[in-house]
Design a protein around this ligand. Structure first.
Ligand code: ATP
Length: 384
């Protein structure tokens, strides 16, 4: 039966209205409280969960991985299915108890490689190099030609060379050759000293090599110059200590880069050593560093050329007998000839002279000879 009393009708409406609005208020409050509880639960979970350990993948062995912790310890561990594809050098997060790799680290620690290598655009000219014209020609062919005329190689169906190994006595112009070819091809010159790489960056060598080559590709055309390559590529009889294993890993990474797992393009490698005799045959194998170039001590003509290069801006007195000087310094390396010329300049400065006289050169030769004999004795002491 319908309620015909209007007054009564209004009271029911108002009760219903209050009931509905209270109800939606409670629902709102209820929802807010639930959200707060969920949020607090999530926060609580964060405090309860154990932290993951940051480590680096060293190698992959079937479906497992060898990882290295920050303290240098290495473990063979499982990989969780959600990790995706891993590669040596990746930064990953591992579970604490059994070190299972949980996921790739979103932030892979990247070196600022530019801090660790010498990068320059050298200004060295071929005219600054004396006595090694044969070697200059070889470098032309092996490094300059493929950078300047890659089409020539394509037309003939030859793979352009990857680089060269320069070996010979200290101070004979190996670095000079590499800088001159970088300059003539307008390439970025990236220099690594291999002995520093293995001593300073323990545990990081392989990664650093990888990133140096990445940088070289970015800055191409470029020349990666590896000085003292024997520190990395020495033949190892057996690999016992972890230090030796580390050097071996860095070396393997270098070989991987040379082999061109990633296309080297117009990045060329020039290795340099005084100790070719101890090099691992792997680096000398055909297809790696394409040519092995001996840079010897200069011949008599070479000595004269180098002497002329280092005195070309020097005002010289008439008394200077170049032939006599040259005959006295046959057997010097280019670096020793350069040092001798600088010394002669100093003798002249000390006496406040405007020109360098013959005596200044003779005194300089005496000085360099004395230093040479001390160095020779030390050398015999070390190896004799
Ligand atoms: P190391 O094996 O010790 O690294 P290196 O063979 O690379 O030595 P460089 O660094 O090229 O020797 O030479 C050092 C310096 O000696 C050069 O900067 C240059 O002044 C002088 N020099 C060496 N060889 C020559 C050369 N053939 N012609 C002119 N200068 C030379």
């Amino acid at each position: 039966m319908e309620n015909s009393n209007p007054k009564e009708h209004n009271i029911v409406d108002s009760v219903m209205y209050n009931y509905n609005s209270d109800n939606s208020q409670w629902e709102l409050e209820n929802r807010l409280l639930k959200e707060t509880i969920d949020q607090l639960k999530r926060e609580l979970d964060k405090y309860r969960s154990t932290p993951l350990i940051m480590c680096e993948v060293i190698d992959l062995v079937k479906d497992k991985a060898i990882i290295r912790l920050q303290n240098g310890n290495e473990f063979l561990v499982e990989i969780s299915g959600e990790c995706g594809k891993l590669a040596p050098g990746d930064s990953v997060l591992s579970e604490q108890k059994n070190l299972t790799i949980i996921k790739k680290s979103p932030k892979s620690k990247k070196f600022n490689v530019e801090k660790f290598v010498i990068i320059e655009k050298p200004k060295t000219s071929w005219k600054d190099i004396g006595g090694i014209s044969e070697q200059i020609n070889e470098i032309h062919e092996i490094v300059e030609l493929p950078l300047k005329k890659p089409d020539l190689f394509k037309k003939l169906g030859i793979k352009p060379p990857k680089g060269a190994l320069l070996y010979g006595e200290p101070g004979t112009g190996k670095t000079l050759l590499a800088k001159a070819v970088a300059s003539s091809t307008n390439s970025t010159f990236i220099e690594i000293v291999a002995s520093e790489l293995v001593q300073k960056f323990i545990g990081e060598g392989a990664k650093l090599i990888k990133e140096i080559f990445e940088l070289a590709r970015e800055k191409a055309p470029s020349i990666v110059f590896i000085d003292e390559i024997d520190a990395l590529a020495a033949r190892r009889i057996e690999i016992g200590t972890s230090g030796e294993r580390e050097v071996q890993r860095t070396f393997m990474q270098l070989l991987a880069e040379i082999d061109g797992f990633k296309n080297l393009g117009n990045v060329k490698i020039i290795g340099c050593t005084n100790r070719k005799d101890i090099l691992d045959p792997a680096i000398l194998r055909p297809g790696r560093l394409d040519r092995i170039i001996h840079v010897p001590l200069p011949s008599k003509e070479g000595v004269e050329q180098i002497f002329n290069i280092h005195t070309r801006n020097m005002p010289m007195d008439k008394s200077v007998d170049i032939e006599k000087i040259v005959s006295k310094i046959v057997g010097y390396s280019g670096a020793e000839i350069a040092a001798m010329c600088t010394e002669a300049g100093y003798f002249a400065i000390r006496k406040n002279k405007k020109k360098v006289v013959m005596d200044d050169f003779l005194n300089a030769i005496n000085k360099v000879n004395k230093e040479k004999s001390v160095e020779d004795k030390e050398y015999v002491g070390m190896f004799g």
